[in-house]
Design a binder for this molecule. Sequence first.
Ligand SMILES: [Zn+2]
Length: 131
Amino acid sequence: MSTAAERNARTCRHFTGIQNVCRADIDPMPLRQLRSEMSADAVALLSPGLPAVWPCTNPSLGHFCGSHVLPTAEEAAAEEAETQRLIVAVLGGLCPTCSKPLDVYEDGNVQIQSCKEHGFVSRGCKRAGGP
Ligand SMILES: [Zn+2]
């Protein structure tokens, strides 16, 4: 396992998620490597349960798209600080955008936090402790 700071430091600055075309206009899906196609040494580096991994977030894999750019140490630190700010706000029941208290409601076993102005913020299984 790695820390969020370590993951930020090795994630391409264009990456916006595996389901999104990145900021460099590259679809990351064709770049993925399936666990079943990787060597045992490479699989040992993966987080448990991940069926695939992307070079966008794991530069040691190679197979880059040609636009891969790692963040500077300052950019990675800023991303980590922003992530921590969002986590603290949401866990404190505040909207990460406007800092107003979030509404909390339930839909079955799903607990939902929402801001009146900015909409949906998070949701999680009530039986697993909520969002
Ligand atoms: Zn808000």
